[in-house]
Design a protein around this ligand. Structure first.
Ligand SMILES: *Cc1c(COP(=O)(O)O)cnc(C)c1O
Length: 373
């Protein structure tokens, strides 16, 4: 300790684990700009009447009491919506929490396997928790799975293997045959496989058939994207009863608040909420096709096909284009720091009007860029 009572750099070394001190803070640039296309959120909030119904329910809840250890109504509503058995559902305050849970349950002292580039939280949790992180690069063109490379990594297991499918931030769906083959190898080698389906609604396809009845696999889903509830923090896992029971031991008790479970119980079963969700998904899919076609026609833009609610594209100078768009009030996300994504930016599908503003600004910026060099 220094004389003023603050920890000195040396005592910080004694106090905080090496893995934590070595980790950078979570990289998210809180940027200004009224067109927010940087976090793949739903651009439209829930219908006013649904929000009112939720507020009425919250007004009737007991705020002074701890929530139920396991919110039965919410789990049943989710199971009903997704065609699952209620004991195979685990609700948490965001699917990020479940990523951490799974690393603790199946990755500590073992290996966390991912592809690269992928959702950063898998590797970040692996590093913070001191698990070994192995990543296998996706192949170009098309960000496909390196089946032999992943098989080789799986044979060094076991541990936990995270696969975002639809993939993020690349936006593609992985090949069915490749995934099936790798799921089989993962099982033989004793891995827990996590299929992160955050973006499945925008592809109207999922892999629950490969998870059902398979204790070595779970699917992760979130309320942050298609369900328009990013601010409420809700995600869940679907799996076999015995697997979900083990994961339940690892999550902190009472981690889902009464407010959160009330929101799930209402939303998963509310006809108006579900109709609005369908309309939002439909709009995102239509906008994706339109924005993709417009980007594809731009001269210095290379855009990748996507089955999600975002598009990944490259430009000659990503930092400059990002800064210029920000100055025009348009917030998108840089991806050019990620391996294999030099020059890449990512844009979420907003409302048609927001997307037009993005496209207009990008056209203008790219014309400027010619003179900028
Ligand atoms: C957005 C996203 C999530 C959502 O995480 P939450 O904690 O539920 O908000 C999960 N996985 C991927 C790949 C995502 O892009």
């Amino acid at each position: 300790m220094a004389a003023n009572g603050r920890p000195t750099p040396a005592s910080m070394r004694d106090m905080i684990r090496d893995e934590v001190r070595a980790a950078p803070p979570y990289a998210f640039q809180e940027a200004l700009g009224d067109v927010k296309l940087d976090q793949n959120e739903a651009p439209r909030d829930l219908p006013e009447a649904v929000r009112r119904r939720l507020l009425d329910r919250l007004a009737d809840a007991d705020w002074n009491r701890y929530p139920a250890l396991r919110a039965e109504e919410a789990h049943r509503a989710l199971a009903e919506r997704d065609g699952w058995h209620p004991e195979g559902v685990l609700l948490a305050p965001g699917s990020n929490v479940l990523i951490q849970t799974v690393v603790i349950a199946a990755g500590l002292g073992r290996t966390v396997l991912t592809v690269e580039p992928t959702f950063s939280v898998y590797g970040q949790q692996a590093r913070l928790l001191g698990a070994k992180h192995v990543s296998v690069p996706l192949q170009s063109p098309g960000f496909t799975l390196d089946v032999e490379g992943i098989e080789r990594a799986l044979k060094q297991g076991p541990g936990v293997w995270f696969l975002a499918d639809p993939a993020a931030p690349t936006g593609n769906r992985h090949d069915d045959g490749a995934v099936e083959r790798l799921l089989d190898v993962a099982r033989e080698e004793g891995w827990l496989t996590v299929i992160d389906e955050a973006y499945w609604p925008y592809d109207r396809r999922h892999r629950l058939d490969q998870v059902r009845g398979q204790p070595d696999r779970i699917a992760l889903r979130t309320f942050s994207k298609a369900d328009a509830m990013g601010g409420v923090r809700l995600g869940y896992a679907l799996g076999a009863t015995e697997t979900i029971s083990e994961l339940t031991k690892v999550v902190l008790p009472f981690n889902v608040s009464t407010w959160q479970s009330t929101a799930v119980a209402l939303l998963a079963a509310d006809a108006e909420a579900n109709a609005a969700r369908e309309a939002r998904i439909e709009e995102a899919i239509e906008e994706r096709a339109r924005v993709y076609a417009t980007l594809e026609a731009m001269e210095r833009v290379d855009v990748h096909p996507s089955v999600t609610n975002f598009l990944l594209f490259s430009v000659p100078d990503a930092k400059w284009v990002y800064d210029q768009l920000l100055e025009a009030g348009i917030r998108i996300r840089r991806q050019d720091h990620l391996p294999g994504l030099d020059g890449h930016l990512r844009v979420s599908m907003g409302t048609p009007n927001e997307n037009d503003r993005f496209l207009d600004a990008l056209t203008r910026v790219l014309n400027l860029e010619v003179t900028h060099g």
